[in-house]
Design a protein around this ligand. Sequence first.
Ligand code: PAF
Length: 300
Amino acid sequence: VQLSSKVRELQRYADAERAAGRRIALVPTMGALHAGHLALVDAGRARAERVIVSIFVNPTQFNNPGDLATYPRTLEADLEACRGRGVDVVFAPEASEMYPPGEQTRVEVDALAKPLCGASRPGHFRGVTTVVAKLFLAARPHFAIFGQKDFQQLAVVRRMARDLLFDLEVVGVPTVREPDGLALSSRNLRLTPESRRQALALSRALAAAERELAAGERRADRVLRAAHAELEKSPLLRVDYAELRDPETLALASDVLTGPALFALAAFLPAREPGQEVRLIDNRVLDPAAAGRPGEEDRP
Ligand code: PAF
């Protein structure tokens, strides 16, 4: 694996690969790579001859300085993981390389970036779309691979890529989970053993909502109530949001679910660092059509 820290160098590499007729997949990450990231790498490998992984803890997307300071940084282990997975280039720039001195430009998506994480982390998506646009311009990929765990990020980045006329395909990859159901996240490293246990309430709440739907329930408030009942079993967990939304527009779902609905969750749990919290997210698209029609069991 080649390590690069300069934008110009990466652009020259990408141009040469493109000129040779090879396709490029970019996997943007902030490092602390886990099996979820490696699934993104595999999705890139399946589509392209060259895979570039960027590792950059992007300061402009952190609305909380404590979160930025404690974000895990494990470059040596990350390089090793990339080597083992056939990554061609790891791009790990300094902040001054991505944000030149005196910089004052931001990329901002409007309505899709407003609810959910956009509401609870002001400025977050503005930082994400700004750095992702820069990474697209640096790596010149044919494919850009993102995890579905960050459902809203995927939607916002897709919109940005279309709106800014980027000539690439944004690919979403299903969430990778621990055997007990917890969605993989670099932030899981910061949980105490007890908050790690209680974090399971997130995936359990998603499953509870799914069960309600499978039992024929279509009222959004009832589905949410079943999810909250799961969340309340974890007293250390503090819910940030638990919402049903349209998976395309992210507008609030209607009172009665007729089409697919995104169930998106975010919650805080105590961190290893005393007095600090870890914020975890998870989601699931609930599909009433796949869950069986309401009242079906009443029919002869
Ligand atoms: O999902 C992430 O790790 C980050 O938001 C991303 C896409 C790498 C942008 O910094």
